[in-house]
Write a protein that binds this ligand. Structure first.
Ligand code: DC
Length: 222
């Protein structure tokens, strides 16, 4: 039987970096489910669709193929119609599109089996918004990771600047607050901790501290 660890929480709480590093340490596969929603956001954006074109986004789904693969370093790659789009999905525009498409029930249903299949065949640390509540309700360990909006915006801003993107901190903060609101107020699979989730706040912590904290929690509960 494979083991699943779910890490949910808002954007910028450090989920992906922490999940990746803890997975490496435990020998688990790290699955970043946000990338799947981003790939669908990219597909919609390439077709010139806007976030409001829900019917057209749903109609697009049967004609596209989103897949996950892993490179030689065991890093996740997202394929959209066989094209590696892992780099293209990391822009602020696609962040907003991903948030919009993730509120559409048919999009969530479309991605459900893919996520569950990954967990059935591998030991996974899977991060997202509804992993512990909807995707893997029987996950062995559920962690809900959070941090203050300012702290999360600062991390995201540093990441984007490092990638050479021209962004303003205030815009990133606004984006974080808008996405938090959208993600936690949608009708379907809103962002909220599972009843049996362990709540962890990473505000003001450096990465090493958060990774060690999570590793201790995981080892204690495995
Ligand atoms: O984690 P991220 O920023 O890459 O996620 C992109 C968007 O996808 C985010 O706005 C919320 C949504 N998402 C979701 O609804 N459910 C998930 N399991 C993962 C992400």
């Amino acid at each position: 039987m494979s083991i699943a660890i779910a890490i949910d929480g808002p954007a910028g709480a450090g989920k992906s970096t922490i999940a990746r590093l803890t997975a490496k340490e435990l020998g688990f596969i790290y699955v970043d489910t946000g990338a799947l929603y981003r790939a669908i956001g990219l597909a919609a954006s390439r077709r010139g669709l806007s976030a409001e074109d829900k019917d057209a986004i749903v109609a697009m789904l049967p004609g596209i193929k989103v897949e996950l693969a892993f490179n030689e370093n065991h890093e996740q790659i997202v394929l959209l119609d066989k094209e590696n789009v892992s780099g293209l999905i990391r822009t602020p525009e696609i962040s907003m599109m991903a948030s919009a498409v993730s509120a559409i029930p048919q999009v969530r249903a479309y991605l459900l089996d893919l996520q569950r299949d990954m967990a059935h065949t591998n030991n996974v640390i899977m991060d997202g918004r509804d992993i512990g509540t909807v995707v893997l309700p029987d996950a062995k360990i559920k962690i809900f990771l959070s941090a203050s909006p300012e702290c999360r915006a600062r991390r995201r801003y540093d990441e984007l600047v490092e990638k050479g993107m021209d962004v303003r901190f205030d815009d990133v903060l606004k984006d974080v607050i808008a996405r938090d609101y959208a993600d936690s107020h949608r009708d379907i699979a809103p962002l909220k901790p599972a009843d049996d989730a362990i709540l962890v706040d990473t505000s003001g912590e450096d990465l090493d501290t958060s990774v060690n904290k999570l590793l201790n929690i995981m080892r204690e509960h495995l």
